[in-house]
Structures are given as C-alpha cells and as structure tokens.
Design a protein around this ligand. Sequence first.
Ligand SMILES: [Zn+2]
Ligand SMILES: [Zn+2]
Length: 288
Amino acid sequence: MGLKNNDGENMMTDLLSSAHVHTTFCDGKSSAKDIAHAAYEKSFVSLGFSSHAPQMFDSAHCINPSKEEDYKDEIRRLKQEYKGRMAIYLGIERDLFSCSEADDYEYVIASVHYFKTPDGRYIGVDGNSEALQEYINEYCDGNGIEMAKQYFSLFQDYVCESKPSIIGHFDLVRYNNSILHLYDEESLEYRALALDALRTMRETNALLEVNTGGVARGYMLEPYSAPFLLKEWKAWGGEVIINSDCHDLKLLDAGYGQAIDILSALGYDHVLRLSSDPSQGMWQTVRL
Ligand SMILES: [Zn+2]
Ligand SMILES: [Zn+2]
C-alpha cells in the first residue's frame, strides 16, 4: 500500500518506522508524547526513541543525567499507552564519550559526535566548523584527511568494543566537508579509510543506518552512509535500517523516498525496521 510522506514522496506504509528519534529530553523540538501521537496519526507501524545519552559536557544536546530515569519512565508509559496499536521501543543514541550505561535500553545506536583533545576539550564533528578547523590545525597537522582517519578509527574501536544494535550516521564526518573542503570524498584515500573501518564493524553484525536527518534538515544532498559504502555493505551481507534522526515531529519520515530509491538502485531488496509486534522479536524484514 502506498501513501505520500511530508516531501510528497510515495511511501510504503510498511516502512513507516524510525528507530532514531530525539525529543525535548535532549535536543529535539517536540515532546515524546507529541512525537508518538504524530507517528500514530501517520500510520507508523513502530517507533523507537533514542535520546542522546547523558554526557559530562555539551549538556544542551543530551539528556540531563538527573532526568535519565524520567526519560525511561515516559517512554515506557507511552509504550503501554500505544500497546496493540503501535509498537514503541526505549532506545538510546550513545556517543563514544557518553557517561551512561546501556543496560536499561532495548537497543543502542552508537555514534561519534566529538573529538577529545589532549587537554580535555570536546570538539564537535558536526558542530561549529571554525572549532573543527582549529582542531585540525592543532591536532591533525592541518590535514583534513588525518581528521577523517582519526574519526573512523575512533568509531571502529567504539563499535567493536560496545557492539551496538545500530551504527549511527557512519560518515557524519562529511558534515563539515562542504564548508571546509577538508578532503575529496571521491578520493581513493578517503574511501579506503571509510571502507576499512566499515568492514571491521561489519563483524559485529550491527545494522548500518541509512540516516535521512541531514537531508531533512537541508544540509546534506543524500543520506548517511554514502552509496559507495552501502554498496560494499550489501556485498558483505550487511543489513540496513532507514532512520530519520528526527528532532521535529514534522520530519518523522522525511527523506525516506530518496533513501529507498538509493537502496533499490544498489540492488537492496529489503531493509530491517523495528518490529511492529514485539512478541515476534525486535527487528523485522521489509521487502522493497
Ligand atoms: Zn547523532
Ligand atoms: Zn541522533
């Protein structure tokens, strides 16, 4: 069955799901209650909340550590409220430098959003471009590709050690590249760095995210991960999940049509999503 999403794209209703959703518990604009209601109204089959896990810095972007229990309580309450109508899951987006435990969550999205300097400062990968350039000048010999190398190395080690359910926006390092022109994304050097890290992560059996958040917010032309990565991921037998990284209930499924087109063109015949029936397991296959 088909319907149109916010972008006017044709959508398969089976794909109306996102495991990557932020709320006012972290840096999202919409409350968890309002997001759940909007998702239900849009005929979502499942919904996973994934607030940014508490961290001891850049606190405006994450759950306040004193509110982490409130977050869990609210999502569990919504899970009960929508039981039998829309499956809701309690997840977390856990950064490499987060200070939160993952045990209480049904799934974890692992992400790297920061570099840590030797003097203890945190510099955003997808933050202020001038701060990132200063980091590159100081800690990467002014070399953008060295920064990308550090990013993929940190991410690879984090995923292999923590074994998350989902690899979040794998090539977020591209975020500032259109402004700073740090390296050529088509170059063999960059591609080899990214592919080597991804190949190693594949061994954990984590799902690779096709993250439409950057497209939805207008600063990327196509989702993370780039097609050359998705192509190899498929060849290695990896599974993907389409997520909106939504920070605003208006963008719950923004960019999904493009993501499906990219995956189909690469030969993907299915994706995974959060299960519409938790008694049948956590993840379900959806044919494209
Ligand atoms: Zn993120
Ligand atoms: Zn996110």
